[in-house]
Design a protein around this ligand. Structure first.
Ligand code: C2E
Ligand code: CA
Ligand code: CA
Length: 719
């Protein structure tokens, strides 16, 4: 009976007539079945009056587990009413809700707390509905009440956790982010906005939508970040420089991970950001201090070793040499002891600057300590260049140095070791350079010594030669010889080439091949070149004065002279000074001069040409350039290199080349001259292919000026 009230079964017994036996049987046992069902449910089924006690007419066996009261104790409020069980604070709320539901005849669902028999508060959820009689009057409520304390606790914990995380997210000093793989911000916390210089996270998310280009200073950073993610699923302490909203830059460190779906598809990255600018600056400062000398700002011993090792590695790869130069200031101790540290310090600073000014930017000048400096010169371009650097250091350091209105002159002793000849590692090279420096001290200071004796002598010989060339210029030891050029067609003299010789009081007449290449390695060639130009122009005028005949003179101009001096203005000045008409001066430039500088080369040629002088390409055929460029040059004469003429007899290929050069020259309207013609056979061949002029021993060797005068006079007399 109770059951029927409580369950308000939807199955109408009058409709069971057509049901099969099983159903019939089941229906007959229905009470029993539902009874057992109810007693197995976690919770309490009930039917109660809608009175002030919620008087229970029926409760299922779950009553005890839910409330701690036995069924009988609750039925008809025998011991306790459900109103009393309901926690006082929640009573009105439940009642209001039920009333509203009943008014509209709806089911209700309500969560509230009860006080069970042992005084414990439990959360329950009640679902119920009203039972109305035919006239629509509410007779009772029926429903089900479940203990949801555990769910409630769980929900509460979850909320708490969520709140805790939110508070961390909102309040931490670390930036927190989620970014999409295509470089947008999905979320950001206030700290991140602050680090990046935005007003708010929303502002950041709206403004930054291309992380690769907008955020990172180095545009490859985002790519590196993604690569690391791909390889390791996360990045740790990823340091990068970034732009803040105002365009300033800071350094950050990121820790992040990739979040993927079950199929492994990348959804987003999430992680934290820390501003490490201060630490970075501090580290840099510390590193700078650890690797540099306080006083001079030069690399100290630590960095020196590092740089030297790098130079060695590089030289090993490129099979080049490294020079280690130990520099010791000769009089430093005296100055320091007598004048005090204050002066000594200033002196060291000044020397450091001087040394730096003597070497290339890629070289290292270090101060490992005291009055010692060490230079590491890599990519050495030969002993001569090194010799010049060393010479420069000796000269530069010895220049007077003014400190506190007092003048000091300090010289230095240099010791040099060379990788790989004098050692394979930095220790050995430094030690050997040091040893060599002591040799320099013993040799009387203010000089340099190589660790290896042979290098000493080779370089010293070179430098001595350079020195004597300078002396030769001063003492007028150079002379010009002239070699005549003759026309094949008329057999007449067409001009002379001025060829320099060195008339040394000790070594006799030295040919230009012995000293011009050395002069070309230093600025000496410019002084020598100027001397040649002036002398040749002056003597061409003298020749005219003495013979009454004007003949052009050719001078040779070296590449260095061609590019590094104000050649054009110099030529103009010399012509003006000597009074030689411009068309009587010819400038010979070797083909090699134009390599790599074509446009500058053409400019200079044009400027020379505009002065009215003649231009010739010398040693043609030996350069690597194509013949096609010739047509771009405003030149007059083409001098075929003598090697083609000499090998004419042995090598038929040379005949073909000669033919080709001559016809090329003539097609371009140039006068073609063959040099080094020694035999009649050579001459005849050259005539046969239409060459215009010749120069060579067959006609005359280069001869001194007075012989040229005599020669011209004799021809003149013949005519
Ligand atoms: P270069 O300009 O090709 O000069 C021609 C060289 O060939 C000269 O040698 C000349 O004596 C030599 N020679 C001429 N005909 C014959 C011959 O039939 N047989 C042989 N075996 N040799 C012949 P030199 O005077 O020794 O000059 C050599 C090089 O020195 C010149 O070659 C030129 O490149 C350079 N040179 C000479 N004087 C000067 C100068 O004043 N300034 C510059 N920058 N270089 C110069
Ligand atoms: Ca020449
Ligand atoms: Ca030549």
């Amino acid at each position: 009976m109770r059951l029927r009230v409580a369950l308000n079964s939807p199955v109408d017994q009058s409709n069971t007539s057509g049901a099969n036996a099983f159903i019939q049987n089941w229906l007959n046992n229905r009470e029993h079945v539902l009874d057992s069902l109810l007693s197995n449910l976690d919770g309490m089924a009930y039917c109660c009056l809608c009175d002030e006690h919620w008087t229970m007419l029926f409760v299922s066996d779950g009553c005890y587990d839910l409330t701690g009261y036995k069924v009988e104790e609750l039925l008809n409020n025998d011991k306790v009413s459900f109103q009393e069980i309901t926690l006082e604070e929640d009573r009105q709320g439940v009642r209001d809700l039920v009333e509203i539901a009943m008014e509209s005849r709806q089911r209700f669902e309500v969560e509230y707390r009860i006080l069970n028999a042992s005084g414990e508060i439990r959360w329950v959820m009640e679902r119920g509905t009203g039972i109305f009689n035919e006239s629509g009057k509410l007779e009772a409520l029926e429903g089900f009440i479940q203990d949801i304390t555990i769910n409630k606790r769980f929900e509460h914990d979850l909320k708490q956790a969520e709140q805790r995380y939110r508070s961390i997210f909102e309040n931490t000093v670390e930036g927190i982010f989620q970014t999409s793989p295509d470089g947008r911000y999905l979320s950001a916390n206030p700290a991140l906005a602050k680090i990046y210089g935005f007003e708010s996270p929303e502002d950041l998310i709206a403004s930054l939508n291309d992380i690769e280009h907008q955020l990172y200073v180095k545009s490859t950073s985002r790519h590196e970040f993604a690569e690391l993610m791909q390889q390791q699923k996360r990045v740790t302490n990823f340091e990068s420089e970034i732009y803040r909203a105002d365009g300033s830059t800071i350094w950050i460190s990121e820790n992040a991970r990739a979040v993927r779906d079950e199929k492994g598809k990348l959804l987003y990255y999430e992680g934290t950001v820390e501003d490490i600018t201060e630490r970075k600056n501090y580290n840099e400062l510390i590193e700078y201090q650890a690797t540099h000398d306080d006083l001079s700002g030069l690399p100290n011993r630590v960095l020196l070793k590092d740089r030297l090792q790098q130079a060695i590695n590089h030289a090993e790869r490129t099979s080049s040499q490294v020079a280690v130069v130990f520099v010791d200031l000769d009089q430093f101790k005296n100055v320091n002891d007598s004048m005090g540290h204050h002066v000594g310090d200033k002196l060291l600073i000044s020397m450091a600057q001087r040394l730096e000014s003597c070497v290339r930017e890629s070289d290292t000048v270090a101060r490992p300590g005291g009055d010692e400096f060490v230079l590491v010169l890599s990519d050495m371009s030969g002993l001569e260049a090194l010799g010049q650097t060393l010479q420069r250091i000796l000269t530069k350091t010895a220049e007077p140095c003014i400190i506190d209105d007092r003048e000091f002159v300090i010289t230095c002793s240099l010791g040099i070791s060379i990788y790989p000849e004098d050692g394979n590692d930095s220790e050995t090279l430094l030690r050997n350079a040091d040893t060599a420096m002591y040799k320099a001290k013993e040799a009387g200071k203010n000089n340099f010594q190589f660790f290896t004796q042979e290098l000493n002598s080779a370089l010293i010989e070179r430098l001595e030669l350079e020195y004597s060339m300078r002396q030769a210029l001063i003492h007028d030891e150079f002379i010009l010889h002239y070699q005549p050029k003759v026309s094949f067609l008329t057999q007449k003299l067409t001009g002379f080439e001025a060829l320099i010789r060195w008339n040394s009081p000790t070594h006799g007449l030295i040919p230009p091949t012995k000293f011009i290449p050395i002069a070309e390695e230093s600025s000496l060639i410019e002084s020598i070149g100027s001397w040649v130009m002036q002398t040749a122009c002056k003597q061409a005028v003298d020749l005219y004065k003495q013979t009454g005949i004007r003949l052009p003179v050719s001078i040779n101009v070296s590449p260095r002279q061609f590019y590094e001096r104000q050649l054009v203005s110099e030529v103009e000045a010399v012509l003006a000074k000597t009074g030689l008409p411009p068309e009587y001066l010819e400038i010979e430039i070797t083909e090699g001069t134009l390599i790599e500088q074509t446009s500058k080369f053409i400019d200079i040629l044009k400027n020379l040409k505009s002065l009215g002088v003649k231009l010739a390409i010398d040693d043609f055929g030996t350069g690597y350039s194509s013949m096609g460029y010739l047509k771009h040059f405003p030149i007059d004469n083409l001098k075929i290199d003598r090697s083609f003429v000499w090998e004419l007899e042995q090598d038929s290929a040379n005949q073909a080349i000669l033919k080709a050069i001559v016809s090329l020259g003539q097609n371009l309207g140039l006068n073609v001259i063959a040099e080094g013609v020694e035999t009649e056979l050579q001459r005849d061949f050259l005539i046969s292919i239409g060459c215009n002029e010749m120069q060579g021993y067959l006609y005359s060797k280069p001869i001194p000026f007075n012989q040229i005068v005599a020669h011209v006079n004799s021809i003149h007399a013949l005519v």
